[in-house]
Design a protein around this ligand. Sequence first.
Ligand code: GDP
Ligand code: IMO
Ligand code: MG
Length: 429
Amino acid sequence: MSNVTVIGAQWGDEGKGKIIDWLSNRAEIVVRFQGGNNAGHTIVVGDKTYKLSLLPSGVVQGKRSIIGNGVVVDPWSLLEEIAKVGAAGLSVTPELLVLAENACLVLPLHRELDAMREDAAAQKIGTTKRGIGPTYEDKVGRRALRAIDLKDPISLPGKIEKLLAHHNVLRRGFGHPEVDAVGLLKSLTELAPKIVPFIGSSWRELHAAKLAGKRVLFEGAQAVLLDIDHGTYPFVTSSNTVAGQAAAGSGVSPRDIGTVLGIVKSYTTRVGEGPFPTELKDAIGEKLGQRGHEFGTVTGRKRRCGWFDAVLVRQTCITGGVDGICLTKLDVLDGFDELKVCTHYMLDGERLDYLPADANAQGQATPVYETLQGWSETTAGARSWAELPANAIKYVRRVEELIGSQVLLLSTSPDRDDTIMVRDPFVVL
Ligand code: GDP
Ligand code: IMO
Ligand code: MG
């Protein structure tokens, strides 16, 4: 039996939250390792729906949860989320949740800078305006505040000064009022007693878990096409979203991240700006969006929709380190007469079986499709392979062939239990 690392293999919102919740039944610890509250992971259990942004999805099953060092954490937002799930009946106490002491903090000034830049930019990224990019910049620039700084009132004022020396120059440039160091210190000092009880060590906890033979589930946010290195740069998020980050972002060996499960939607969606070769700006795209309820969990924005792009997923399975996939939202394709799948692109008269790195070329690559027969039967709520219509099985098998990766799980509705296990991801491949 091994650990499992779950990552998104397209542009996000593939259904990672649902699958992590389902898998967490058989894990003892769930760990987030990158991103922040730009993520929105939806978990549906019967008539209850939970939308999680910072909390690992394991909290729904009451599993020990770690927010790893690779995550950027808006501590006010974390407290709000704890209160929100508390009202829905989930108690998230320091006995359940650990916040890595070396995780960097998202402050209001990061959210404001994110918004100032987006509002001023001629070519927008379409960020979630949660301050994620600016916080990672400060992390790499070695001036970010970290969770552990909330425990050290002596050093905190100096760290705030250093941070503001950088930010106030930027704010002046945008014509925005400077941040007052005294005010920021006061709000962090008021916040500290509420956050400090959660602060701990991700790597030490995970090392102890390994020695005790506990099974760990690593929960990715965003997805490989939004990865800062491997995504559609510059229309990406500011962290590495590939499986390797599970190790760096939590403090374990790369050998201990286990089976890498890529979550793949049966079609393609994207929120925000950037190239999207198979995007459908027509009635079919609208139909996919309506049937799939494709509205952003975090910002409520309408998601762009298109046919399944096997070129992209083949590539993300390679760059992301995927061992096998979970194909989600198969039910959204119910009732289409025919379905298209992109098998390659044409660019300047040449056939391409990968997405080029250049943003202009990405925008110009023309998808070439293979047409498959749809099915009129419903797959919604199917819980076994035997319940699937023949053409749905053909679709799944063709996807596997084209992307060069095997389907381990299938998902047929938002509900936890509407999941089909083809092969157990906890069993080493
Ligand atoms: P995540 O960010 O990858 O966790 O995905 P989101 O939660 O942002 O978006 C996925 C949406 O699809 C959520 O509303 C889920 O409840 C829903 N969902 C997940 N799996 C399925 C599925 O198999 N079928 C349908 N119809 N909806 C699904
Ligand atoms: P989950 O975990 C989909 C997108 C934003 C924007 C780009 C950069 O729910 O799959 P950022 O705020 O991160 O600087 O925005 O990344 N984005 C997501 N799209 N799902 C997400 O997370 C996303 N998190 C960020 O829309 O295009
Ligand atoms: Mg989401």
